[in-house]
Design a protein around this ligand. Structure first.
Ligand code: COI
Length: 355
């Protein structure tokens, strides 16, 4: 399929790289492609970034049939643009598509289209330390119809946003709030899928956490309200007595690509790492006995985010005196060094964008 390219005749003013924040600035162009049953995925095009005009009855607006990915492009000191594990993101997009009854995309073609888009937007990949170009591929249901069924038509788009740190704390410990009253997902539902509804389901508890001075929610399992699942926008890791523990992919947890990167690096370094159920009571006990050494989250947007405090009911657990832990620091450095080309890429995660 040939990608049609229409360049914008009015380029935006690019932002100051040193003060980017997350997710509010978008580049000049986007990639679009449509699906209908007669033509399949068709009309791939790069065109000026613009609004999507839709009928008020468009299904995605009513029933949330929508999936997305998040990945990043990085600029090395010598100006080369690199993608981190893009193939894994597009594989996961198709897993999400299946769960939401959305037609599969050709992973290689979408990755090629992304590289074409990056080629046009290369000057938008920021240069300042620890900044990147966040990439958001999304598929939405487009039928104008109010009955509940899978849509027949879809739009796939990719937008790009130059970003700095996801949290206002940057690479400093965040405080997380364990919610007892709400659940994010249950096994058999959509918790392991990157779909809009999971994030909608997280908002109420997220607001509750924020009102109480906490940055994110730590979710417990939906049945016993006992086992740790994940944090609002990240997977979670605990270091107890020199063992790194992360909740196993039980069916209601997002299979994060950064999560997988942490596990793979830990195995490569011969660290003790275990994927298993971990109860909130086990965490409290480990904290009380002085064995809880470190907690950190992992995600594309957040990379590695140290956790300095957990609030669970009346209990407040301060982790590592509220300072960045050794393991959080080690994984953050290793992953970002690979991403920015400051270190070798021992596990073959990087794809360069040839310009
Ligand atoms: C990511 O880490 O890329 C995410 O998708 C999480 C969040 C920003 C929704």
């Amino acid at each position: 399929m040939q990608i049609t390219i229409t360049k914008s005749d009015k380029l935006k003013q690019r932002p100051d790289d040193s003060n980017l924040g997350f997710g509010s600035i978008f580049t000049d162009h986007m990639f679009n492609m449509d699906y209908n049953p007669e033509e399949g995925w068709h009309n791939p095009r790069i065109e000026p970034y613009s609004n999507i005009i839709m009928d008020p009855a468009t299904m995605v607006l009513h029933y949330g049939q929508s999936i997305f990915e998040g990945l990043k492009a990085f600029k090395t000191n010598s100006g080369i643009i690199r993608l981190f594990r893009p193939t894994d993101n597009f594989k996961r997009l198709n897993i999400s598509a299946r769960a939401l009854c959305i037609p599969k995309v050709d992973e290689d073609f979408i990755c090629f289209a992304l590289k074409q888009l990056l080629n046009i937007e290369k000057d938008w990949v920021p240069n300042a330390k620890e900044t990147s170009l966040y990439i958001r591929p999304t598929i939405i249901a487009m039928d104008p119809f109010l009955g509940v069924r899978a849509s027949n038509t879809y739009r796939l788009f990719i937008i790009l946003s130059p970003v700095g740190a996801y949290y206002k704390e940057g690479f400093n410990p965040i405080k997380i709030w364990v919610t007892k009253n709400h659940v994010r997902a249950v096994n058999g539902g959509l918790g392991n899928v990157k779909t809009a509804g999971n994030y909608a389901a997280s908002l109420y508890a997220g607001e509750e956490a924020r009102k109480n001075g906490y940055t994110q929610v730590l979710w417990l399992d939906g049945i016993e309200h006992k086992y740790v699942e994940e944090v609002g926008s990240m997977n979670i890791f605990f270091v107890i007595d020199d063992e790194i523990i992360t909740p196993g992919l039980s069916g209601s947890i997002l299979p994060g690509i950064t999560r997988d990167s942490v596990i793979s690096l830990a195995k490569m370094w011969d660290l003790k790492i275990t994927e298993r159920k971990i109860g909130i009571d086990e965490l409290v006990d480990a904290h009380e006995s002085g064995k809880l050494q470190d907690i950190f989250g992992s995600g594309t947007a957040a990379v590695i985010s140290p956790v300095g405090e957990i609030k669970y009911g009346k209990k407040v657990l301060t982790i590592n005196n509220g300072k960045v832990g050794t393991m959080a620091d080690k994984f953050y450095k290793a992953i970002t060094d690979i991403q920015y080309g400051r270190a070798e890429d021992p596990l073959g995660w990087i794809e360069e964008v040839i310009i």
